[in-house]
Design a protein around this ligand. Structure first.
Ligand code: ADP
Ligand code: MG
Length: 311
């Protein structure tokens, strides 16, 4: 079992009489990319602010590498690198000079370490350009480089892909994966965009209206997708075919034009084909339909909390 790097226990935030974050409990393990997914206003930023010490905690606690953010703030925060809002940089200074400036705020950060983080975020070729000439994606990457300078065990990024073009998003995804999996740094990343999280995260937690709705690892999600599989048979007499299949297997059949859609695994195709052919039906096509990740998540959310949409 990998080490727990972050433990969030019963974390709650109350603004006046409004609950923004409601009793969240979850763990993030070493080298894991943990996605925090939820619509706007779900409580992602508030949670992240409490984890990073930028907002007070109403109830519960946060442990970073075992240190309580309430009781051992200094030790806890030392293990953490975070970007909550757009990183403040000096626009007339180069990327390198900006990093050098931040490095001087700590002790013991060598030029070698600065080179290392520049390489990690893939800015080697542009690091001596002025910050103001960077693209938004490069600015984000420099911010992440800065957050990595002191070798934290946990990197926290609040919607880092906001405003980036697809290329920029893909770059961030690629190097975050690299950082997490080769440097064994855990990454907690928030987003309201499902498709982004799916391609980057090992674990996804869904939060809505301050509450944790579901935590799943990507393998479980993929299994959920396979579990939602349907086989579509195109036949000449779909009503008749549907009745035959229903009578034999008692499965919930759907009809669509000449298609009979059967919720079953591929392993059942031969016996269904045999049933149809032995009843003199003609088969014109067989397709496997798998649910998309989007559908699986919408199912999860609908089951738990009525109707919200994640865009
Ligand atoms: N400083 C604040 N005072 C009062 N309410 C706040 C404050 N900050 C956030 N909220 C409320 O808390 C809820 C969660 O907000 P937030 O954490 O920013 O969500 P997200 O980051 O998921 O979009 C929202 O309803 C928001 O209006
Ligand atoms: Mg937010």
């Amino acid at each position: 079992m990998p080490n727990k790097i972050l433990e969030v226990k019963n974390l709650t935030k109350i603004y006046k009489n409004r609950i923004a974050v409601d009793d969240l409990t979850f763990d993030v393990y070493e080298g894991e990319i943990f996605g925090f997914l939820g619509p706007n206003g779900a409580g992602k930023s508030t949670t992240i602010k409490m984890i990073t010490g930028l907002a007070t905690i109403s109830r519960g606690d946060v442990y970073i590498c075992g240190y309580s953010i309430k009781k051992n703030f200094e030790l806890a925060i030392r293990q953490l690198g975070g970007i909550i809002e757009n990183p403040e940089m000096y626009s007339y200074m180069s990327g390198w000079d900006n990093l050098k400036f931040f490095a001087n705020l700590y002790t013991g950060i060598t030029d070698e370490r600065i080179h290392e983080v520049v390489k990690l975020v893939g800015l080697e070729n542009r690091i001596h350009d002025k910050f103001k000439n960077y693209s938004l994606g490069m600015k984000q990457r420099l911010g992440i480089a800065q957050a990595l300078l002191h070798s934290p065990k946990l990197l926290i990024l609040d919607e880092p892909t906001n405003g980036l073009d697809p290329n920029g998003i893909q770059e961030i995804r690629r190097f975050l994966k690299n950082i997490a999996h080769t440097q064994k740094i855990s990454v907690l990343i928030s987003s309201h965009i499902l498709a982004e999280m799916e391609q980057m995260c090992d674990t996804i937690a869904i939060i809505d209206r301050g509450k944790l709705i579901e935590i799943k690892n990507i393998d479980q999600i993929r299994k959920g997708i396979m579990g939602g599989q349907k086989i579509c048979f195109k036949v000449d007499y779909p009503n008749f075919a549907g009745k035959l299949i229903y009578n034999k297997y008692k499965l919930d059949i759907e009809l669509a034009g000449n298609n009979v859609i059967v919720p079953c695994e591929e392993a059942m195709i031969p016996s269904i084909v045999q049933l149809l052919i032995s009843n003199r039906l003609s088969i014109f096509g067989i397709n496997t339909l798998t649910k998309s990740l989007e559908e699986v998540f919408l199912d999860i959310i609908k089951q738990r909390s009525g109707s919200i949409t994640i865009t």
